[in-house]
Design a protein. Sequence first.
Length: 116
Amino acid sequence: VQFEETGGGLVQPGESLRLACVTSGFTSKYFDMSWYRQPSGKEREWVAGINGAGSDAKYADSVKGRFTISRDNVESTAYLQMSNLRPEDTAKYYCNAGFERPIWDWGRGTQVTVSS
């Protein structure tokens, strides 16, 4: 099982980014998917989750209304659209199967830095 996260970068406050997570080694459409993030020196936290069909999504309070999780089961890819980014969103972002609780080992993640 592998997760390949891409799309991170350095942006200014208020800007947007779209992260992508390509999965392999399992049939992702049968699993919930979640995004997590880990700021430097802090614990990893759950950010957003989506069910297998892509019909139900939930978010951490800190990102609700700014982030949108989605998925393309044909492409075995999950996305995280991040808008109105804030400096406190700076972290390495990871995806994993499961809802709020990761099922497998982590990928390398993608770094998001929000700074003026």
